[in-house]
Design a protein. Structure first.
Length: 470
DNA sequence: CACTGGAGCCAC
DNA sequence: AAACGTGGCTCCAGTG
């Protein structure tokens, strides 16, 4: 497959990008090595205790009898064999090679404490193995220097390795805290994380040139993820809780934009409602109960070959999807034309000047022109911000990048100037340079306490004359 | 013993 | 017509 940056502009972006990222790598992130060692010791003790507890369980005796000296308590395959084959619980599916699925959701309906505890232990092992150990292995004199690559990704996004700085836990609050406490600013300083808000949706609107999407991305009172959650769960916009919005974003809007369809989305959205505490914003009503009171009591068969039955959740989500495609009808038609044109030519060009040539799936065609240019907005901003810091001889250091955000280590005396400069570059300068960004861009800023840690980051806002904690 | 690929988990 | 995109890393299981 021949892939290359096609224009001078695209080439320049990669060249300057690699120079700027080399600086980021050299800067490095400060690590609280004392905490890291203490946390490792504690978690290893916990892993040992929890392992011994599992080995006393009667389910483990069955396991032992089955596998003898081949017994490996960490093996998901063996766990699945014991639960689904010996104890005859129903397995919800097989993997590509015909083995039992052994991911956590495959055991959702298994009510054995042994299984719940096994997954708790598995989470701890992952936190220790991949993250705490992964970080410690790479620390040099108290600093971590992850690689930030521009040459590994099909869509011309970036990646990170040794260690991967772009998948540090955050969604699981306990594990997130455990790991993120390792990352600290230099003495007397703060860590600052600057995100593009809803970047991929904004780029989608610009790329597909859909007036209704552009309107959505341009109107501060509108929020596509919240509004679609409301439609999916039959509530008003005001009733959408944080969890509901999260589901709307990750189980409807992104899947829909990147080529999924109502059957898959209905399953996931319905699965979310079975989580405990999946409630409306009033914090009393379970979404599952709310739906039941609104005439939707079951998911439906989810068989793509059968017509959906009115009154099922699946039927409802199909209507939400139809409505989405009607409202964003330019998006719906542009993507068909985009796919047809590619099939004729065998290559396509991104808004940032990159040419992608070769055999690709339909869904790749939908994702690549959004994912690539989204990251290019970040890379362009990082380059400009680095130049600005150099020009004015700031002590602020850019220390990392995660696809749509920049992490910096900032002396408190430079914080205000730095935030104003970053905002200017990321929302104004970039639109002067790249006219195809026909939607406003926004930044979201998080700052840690002085001498705090990454886990303690909290949102800051601009109040008209300065940046302050929200 | 070295290596490989599957499966799972972490992020955006 | 077909059915969610991109990565990195670890452990396990199997191979030679």
């Amino acid at each position: 497959m021949k892939i290359q940056p096609a224009t001078k502009e695209a080439f320049q972006l990669l060249l300057e990008g690699s120079l700027a990222l080399a600086q980021v790598e050299a800067n490095g992130i400060r690590i609280d090595t004392e905490y890291l060692n203490k946390a490792t010791q504690q978690i290893e003790t916990e892993i040992k205790e929890k392992t011994e507890a599992l080995q006393k369980d009667k389910t483990f005796r069955i396991w032992k009898r089955e596998f003898g000296d081949k017994t490996k308590i960490g093996s998901g395959d063996q766990l699945a064999h014991v639960i689904f084959s010996k104890l005859k619980y129903k397995c919800p599916g097989k993997t590509a090679t015909g083995k039992y699925r052994s991911d956590q959701s495959a055991f959702e309906d298994v009510d054995l404490p042994f299984v719940k505890d096994w997954f708790k232990l598995d989470k701890l092992k992952n936190a220790n193995g991949t993250f705490l150990n992964g970080i410690r292995r790479e620390v040099v004199d108290g600093y971590l220097h992850p690689s930030f690559n521009l040459n590994t990704v099909e869509t011309f996004r970036g990646s990170s390795s040794s260690p991967n700085f772009q998948n540090i836990p955050i969604r699981n609050p306990e594990i997130g805290k455990l790991i993120r406490q390792c990352f600290i600013p230099r003495k007397g300083r703060v860590l600052v994380e600057i995100d593009f808000g809803a970047l991929e949706f904004r780029i989608s609107a610009a790329f597909w040139a859909d007036p209704k999407m552009i309107e959505y991305a341009s109107d501060k009172t509108k929020d596509i993820h919240r509004d679609q959650a409301a439609l999916c769960y039959k509530t008003s916009n005001d009733q959408v809780s944080k969890q509901m919005r999260y589901a709307g974003k990750n189980q409807f809007v992104f899947p829909e934009i990147y080529g999924s369809y109502y059957v898959q989305m209905a399953r996931k959205l319905w699965e979310s409602t079975s989580k405990e505490n999946f409630k409306l914003k009033d914090d009393k009503t379970l979404v599952r109960d709310w739906l039941a009171n609104n005439g939707i009591k079951s998911l439906g068969k989810c068989n793509p070959r059968q017509r959906t039955r009115p009154g099922t959740f699946e039927h409802h989500i199909k209507e939400v999807e139809d409505d989405f495609n009607r409202r964003f009808n330019v998006f719906a038609s542009s993507k068909e034309k985009w796919w047809r044109d590619y099939q004729k030519r065998g290559w396509f060009r991104m808004l940032t000047g990159f040419i992608v040539s070769g055999v690709y799936s339909r869904n790749f065609l939908m994702n690549c022109p959004i994912q690539g240019p989204g990251f290019h907005c970040l890379l362009w901003s990082l380059i400009e911000l680095q130049k600005w810091l150099n020009k004015y001889k700031f002590d602020t250091l850019i220390v990392g990048e995660i696809h749509d955000n920049i992490l910096s280590d900032v002396p408190i005396c430079e914080l205000q100037d730095f935030l104003y400069a970053a905002e200017r570059i990321m929302t104004k300068e970039i639109r002067k340079a790249w006219k195809w960004i026909v939607v406003p861009l926004e930044v979201e800023v998080d700052v840690t306490p002085v001498d705090g840690n990454w886990h303690q980051k909290a949102q800051w806002i601009e109040n008209g004359s300065e940046w302050v904690p929200k």
